[in-house]
Design a protein around this ligand. Structure first.
Ligand code: FAD
Length: 305
């Protein structure tokens, strides 16, 4: 119920303005977002890489509404990738890209072309791109664009969301040699017709998908903070004889840093998803919707003012 209310608020421009201008917001944002500029992202990345963590950087923004805006986002990624290569932060660092920020909602071809340019820059910088997955109305289009990009850049990664009923079948399709798949639970508000609604059903789906990916030929990227699912993934990776270079764990910046360190210490590859930029509202609201404790953090920041 609370999750639905917060996810609905994440689409409200009125609430967005209220949150953005509230005095306590900065402290909350700082916990989950690396900063607003490319330099902020590079600084945070350097620190994480120094702690033996891999990184996927996300330039925040989604649902772009004009071609100019989409090209600006593309150029931001090109500059970021240049900066990463110059700083010697690749290949430990890759980038995550939302196709809706590149124009997917109004011009699929433009989004594909922009993504292609980002993949080319990533390849030149010695790294890869993962296409984030957004709400279910974009899944087919995102997977179609992924297939096109992989013709030129086979290392391009996809995200599959365990809450979608279709995802186990998508995992089978994508569990092929050279394919990089990030498995997450899913962060959007989706109808029952397409998505499991209870946490238990989502978790069971996650484990089924995990089995498909770990027993397949691709490179699974296990994106969750859920201790039970992490334990199951550690166990199944041993069962399927996966060595540490054959799969990785992924967690969000600012979430369970102790667990990030523990997994890395245990010899796993751990990648931190690091967002930066000024357009942080939708991202922050999804994080708050995921976990009441994050809301408590928000409330503490308000109270301390
Ligand atoms: P939850 O169900 O949120 O939490 C399960 C349990 O984990 C909790 O009960 C608690 O025990 C523990 N836990 C969770 N958070 C914390 C915390 N802050 N502190 C302590 N314990 C905690 N979603 C998309 O839809 N598309 C994407 O492209 C996408 N990319 C992602 C990339 C990465 C690297 C990650 C980690 C997530 C991504 N997500 C994406 C978000 C994802 O779908 C989930 O919404 C999000 O990860 C929360 O689900 P969870 O698996 O962490 O478990």
């Amino acid at each position: 119920m609370l999750r639905s209310v917060i996810l609905a608020a994440s689409r409200s421009t009125r609430i967005e303005r209220l949150v953005e201008t509230a005095p306590f917001t900065r402290d909350v944002v700082r916990r989950f977002v690396a900063g607003t500029t490319t330099d902020d992202a590079l600084r945070a990345t350097r620190q994480l890489v120094g702690d033996r963590l891999a990184v996927s950087i996300d330039h925040l923004g989604e649902d772009t509404v004009s071609g100019d805006q989409a090209v600006t986002v593309r150029d931001e990624y090109l500059a970021l990738l240049g900066g990463l290569a110059e700083a010697g932060l690749t290949p430990a660092t890759e980038v995550s890209v939302k196709l809706s920020a590149l124009g997917q909602k109004f011009d699929e071809r433009l989004a594909r072309d922009n993504a292609h340019a980002i993949c080319a820059a990533a390849s030149a910088a010695g790294t890869t791109v993962t296409l984030d997955m957004e709400d279910h109305t974009t899944t087919d289009s995102t997977l179609d664009i992924l297939a096109e990009l992989r013709k030129d850049f086979p290392g391009t990664g996809a995200v599959l969301q365990a809450y979608l009923r279709r995802t186990e079948a998508d995992c089978r399709e994508l569990a092929t040699a050279g394919s990089r798949v990030r498995l997450c639970k899913g962060a959007y508000k989706e109808p029952e017709s397409v998505a499991y609604q209870s946490a238990r059903e989502v978790d069971k789906s996650y484990v089924r998908c995990l089995n498909v990916l770990l027993s397949g030929q691709g490179y699974p990227m296990i994106a969750t903070h859920d201790p039970r699912l992490i334990a199951i993934a550690e166990d199944r990776s041993r069962w399927f004889d996966r060595t540490p270079d054959q799969f990785e764990f992924q967690l969000l910046y600012g979430v369970r840093p102790d667990e990030q360190a523990r997994l890395a210490e245990a010899g796993h590859t751990v990648r931190v998803y690091l967002p930066y930029g000024t357009d942080w509202y939708g991202y922050l609201m999804r994080r708050l919707a995921e976990r009441p404790a994050n809301l408590a953090f928000f409330a503490r920041a308000v109270a301390s003012r």
